[in-house]
Design a protein around this ligand. Structure first.
Ligand code: PEP
Length: 248
């Protein structure tokens, strides 16, 4: 039985001081043993957030990381900088990073490999545009994203990976995918992992849905057999996130 994982993607929101306030507000609302709970906060607030969640069930994740160990990469953050402060997860290849910061399937793969090398669990994002959905190429497009993201990743690493299926047209738009649409793609992702590795790996990998998840939609979405939780943007900055985590 896969444990659900519900992660908040705070995006470029909250100063370090505001981070403490929000964590203190959310702490009691997200206390549960039934799901892993992750807050992916801006880099500048990682240290503060790690202090603020001490003694709780909340884990802290980064929203990005570079694939080199150190050196002349102005503005980037190395994997060992994350592990040195206790970061456990990193979001890789979010569609906003692909769109605005030139992330490609190849850079996603390099970052995924590096994250595993450092014992950080990647939350690997994939998802189609509205045009791709309308053209009927959603599954092909996502299979390609997954195949490249997992190149040279070992089965043991793949088993602990988290994949976030996030249709681009559903992110921040209020347009949540239907349960059937979300389950269809998450199932196809699991089948793709089965093809690359084997059934045991496919059954172990956790696949989230992301895209305008709210307290109202979480229960139906997360109850699907191939959906193991969610990556939540807007609603993770509000008390509603507690209802999403306790979606049952
Ligand atoms: C996200 O940022 O990954 C996301 C899914 O955002 P929202 O929930 O706001 O659509």
């Amino acid at each position: 039985m896969r444990k659900k994982i519900i992660a908040g993607n705070w995006k470029m929101n909250k100063t370090p001081a505001e981070t403490v306030t929000l964590i203190n507000e959310l702490k009691p609302l997200v206390a549960t043993d039934e799901a892993d709970v992750v807050f992916c906060v801006p880099a500048i607030s990682l240290t503060t957030a790690i202090e603020a969640v001490k003694g709780t069930n909340i884990q802290i994740g980064a929203q990005n990381m570079y694939f080199e160990e150190s050196g002349a990469y102005t503005g980037e953050i190395a994997p060992n900088m994350l592990t040195s402060i206790g970061v456990k997860y990193v979001v890789i290849g979010h569609s906003e990073r692909r769109e605005y910061f030139a992330e490609t399937n190849e850079t996603v793969n390099k970052k995924v490999i590096k994250a595993f090398e450092h014992g950080i669990t990647p939350i690997i994002c994939c998802g189609e545009s509205l045009t791709q959905r309308e053209q009927g190429v959603t599954i092909d497009f996502i299979r390609q994203q997954i195949k490249v993201a997992f190149l040279t990743v070992t089965p043991d690493q793949a088993k602990i990976a988290v994949i976030a299926y996030e249709p681009i047209w559903a992110i921040g738009t209020g347009k949540v995918a239907t349960t059937a649409q979300a389950e269809e793609v998450c199932k196809a992702i699991r089948e793709c992992i089965d093809e690359i590795y084997d059934e045991v790996t496919a059954e172990a990998v956790r696949i989230q849905y992301g895209g305008s998840v709210t307290a109202a939609s979480a229960n139906e979405l997360f109850s699907q057999s191939d959906i193991d939780g969610g990556l939540v943007g807007g609603a993770s900055l509000k008390a509603d996130f507690g209802k999403i985590v306790n979606y049952k």
